[in-house]
Ligand binder design. Structure first.
Ligand SMILES: Cc1cc2nc3c(=O)[nH]c(=O)nc-3n(C[C@H](O)[C@H](O)[C@H](O)COP(=O)(O)OP(=O)(O)OC[C@H]3O[C@@H](n4cnc5c(N)ncnc54)[C@H](O)[C@@H]3O)c2cc1C
Length: 371
């Protein structure tokens, strides 16, 4: 094999697809089932506003790939460019939005500013007390259940091998690259990509690369279907803390998250505990966004195990200690939007040594340098 990818979330399955597309012989090793880590738990937001500015070239590249996903993967992954509205409720939110809007322009992101009248005319029923909003017309959402299996299945059609139920137990450098021991046998390849999500830090540590990463679980839920129609994904420029966010799926249910702190997750079990005690505060934080939520039944809640690096940026790029090893993990709750781009950029790097967008800020050795 030319490459082994560890972890069958969005990053690993997309990288496997793009590696196979570049003609590499690749095997994807996933401990559970493809796409059942943080990816399936995601809210599904494909949002660029509010991002770390030097991440925007990667985010733009990824947004372009989301637009091509159906053509590339031969399947509808429910990407919809519905736009992303972010409501503003006070002076701080307005100032944050204007600062970001101006700073993001040279990075190629155009946000429209709406005043209250524009907002209420274009999106009736949203944020009646909001003083304005930003609108990012080309952003939207995708279906978190579909995207990783779609990448993995398309990769298999290109000749890649996908092995589920294969937990990586050991990785040994050899003269020809690496030997990887798993619960489903041993695999060898010239290169390895660590795309193990919240567990990526554990793999990096085996190679002397220590990353300050912790696992947290954002709290998510979905309501019964509502007749009220909201097309775009909706968030807020928060006045304090993290704001709530929501979107309405085509069947009418409102998927929601944010507005409360995330739970702690034990990496050994990987089980992201859902704390019901936080649900009333979460719903209260959503009412100013969408008053139509008052009295509506919540039919399902969940959380997921996501890796948060101390500086809230991911780790992407070659290992600083071990030639042939690459990392793409720790996406800090922003990885769904970035996933297709991460897969393509990592595959390009592994196939050619080049990368399509600047990644310097995501180097794994940034923590070693700070120490
Ligand atoms: C509740 C929630 C909501 C979110 N909402 C959004 C959103 O709206 N927009 C956005 O952009 N991002 C969002 N995110 C973040 C986004 O979902 C993640 O950043 C992204 O899915 C991470 O993908 P991944 O492939 O790195 O990790 P994962 O999907 O977790 O995949 C990693 C995989 O590695 C496997 N693995 C780990 N160790 C081993 C091993 N030793 N051997 C074999 N396999 C192993 C795991 O089983 C897992 O399947 C959200 C995250 C959560 C949890």
């Amino acid at each position: 094999m030319d490459a082994i990818v560890i972890g069958g979330g969005l990053m690993g399955s997309a990288a496997t697809f793009f590696l196979a597309r570049r003609g590499l012989r690749v095997v994807l090793l996933e401990r559970g089932r493809v796409g059942t880590g943080a990816t399936v738990a995601s809210f599904g937001n494909i949002r660029r506003s509010g991002r770390y500015l030097p991440q925007l070239p990667l985010a733009h590249h990824s947004r372009a790939l989301w637009g091509q996903a159906q053509h590339l993967l031969g399947r509808d992954v429910e990407f919809r460019a519905t736009g992303h509205v972010r409501l503003i409720f006070g002076d701080k939110g307005l100032a944050d939005m204007r600062r970001f809007r101006q700073a993001a322009q040279p990075w190629g992101l155009e946000l429209e500013e709406m005043d209250a009248a524009d907002l209420h005319r274009r999106f009736p029923g949203l944020g009646p007390t909001a003083i304005g909003a930003s609108f990012s017309p080309d952003d939207g959402s995708g279906n978190p259940r579909l995207i990783s299996p779609a990448f993995a299945e398309a990769a298999v059609r290109l000749g890649a091998k996908v092995v589920e139920g294969a937990e990586v137990l050991g990785i040994t450098p050899t003269d020809a690259g690496f030997r990887v021991e798993t619960t489903r046998g041993s695999f060898a390849a010239a290169q390895v990509l660590n795309a193990a999500g919240a567990w990526g830090g554990r793999i990096a540590e085996r190679f002397g690369e220590v990353v300050p990463i912790r696992a947290h679980g954002p709290q998510m839920g979905v309501t019964e279907p509502l007749p009220h129609r909201i097309l775009p994904v909706v968030g807020v420029w928060a006045e304090s803390g993290h704001g709530g966010y929501l979107r309405q799926v085509e069947r009418g249910n409102i998927v929601f998250g944010g507005g409360v702190t995330r739970t702690e997750v034990d990496l050994d079990s990987g089980h992201a505990h859902y704390d019901f005690a936080r649900l009333p505060a979460q719903l209260a934080s959503l009412l100013p966004i969408l008053p139509a939520l008052a009295g509506v039944s919540v039919i399902r809640t969940w959380s997921g195990c996501e890796g948060y690096v101390a500086d809230e940026l991911p780790v992407m790029g070659p290992s600083a200690t071990t030639p042939g090893l690459f990392h793409a993990f720790g996406f800090c709750g922003h990885g769904f939007q970035l996933g297709p781009g991460v897969g393509d950029v990592m595959a390009e790097m592994m196939a050619t040594g080049r990368h399509l967008v600047p990644l310097g800020d995501f180097r794994i050795d940034r923590f070693a340098q700070a120490a």
